[in-house]
Ligand binder design. Sequence first.
Ligand code: PGA
Length: 251
Amino acid sequence: MRMPLIAGNWKMHLTLHEAVELAKAVAAAAEQYSDREVLLYPTFLQFTRVQEAVSGTKVLLGAQNCSAEKDGAFTGEISAAQLRDAGAQYVLIGHSERRHILGEKDDFLKKKIDRVLEQNLKPMLCVGETLSEREAGRAKEVVLNQLLAALQHLHENEWRQITIAYEPVWAIGTGKNATPEDAQRMHSTIRSKISALCPSVAHTVRILYGGSVKPDNIAALMAMPDIDGVLVGGASLKAESFIAILRDAVV
Ligand code: PGA
C-alpha cells in the first residue's frame, strides 16, 4: 500500500510572512490525516522560517531545486548537503519550468539525482510531455526517455528513495488537467517501466500527478489505482484550496 502524498510547489510566489502563515495553516490541518503525507516546497529564501513554523508537525519539506555539483565555487547555487543541513527531506528535480525555461537537460538532471541521493534525501523527479509532443503521439516515448535518462542507473536501495511526478506540460498552470483516465494510463506506463528496471520497487514507488490539480478534480484523480498523490502549484498557494485538496485526497 502506497501512502498518498500531497505536495505543494510554491514556485517563486509568496512573501516570507505569507509563506509562514500558509505553512502553519497547512500544518494545523494536516494533523487530522494520519493516512496521507503532506509536503511543501517553499523557496530557498523562505525555507528556514517555514521549517521552524512546521517543526514538530507532520508536514514534510522539500527544496524546489539543487545544484548538480557537490560543493565549491558555484555562485548562486545551493548544494544538496546544504539542503539536508537546513532540514529538507525532498528535492524536486526536473520540473518542466526548469527543463523548458531554464534549459536543464537530462544529463544535468541525472547528476542532480545523484547529488540528492548522496545526501540521503529523496528526489522527486518530474517528467512530462509538451502539447506538441502529445499531439505528435510521442507522449509515452518522451516521458519514458526522461525517466530512463535520470534513473535507469540506480540501484534498488536508491530506487526506494525515488518519487515520480508526472506533469504534462500543457496542463501546468493552464487550468486544463489531464483526464484522470489519461493520467492513469501514463502512470501505469511509468510503473511498468519501473517494473522492468527494478521489479522489487515497482509497487512501492509513488507516482504523483501534477497539472491544474484543484479541489474539484482531486477526488477523481485519487480514485485512479496508479495515482499516489498530487503535486499542486497554483492551488497550493491558498490555505483554503490546498487544505480542501488534502481533505478530499482519499484513496
Ligand atoms: P499547477 O502547477 O498546479 O499550477 O498547474 C503544478 C506544478 O507546476 O507543479
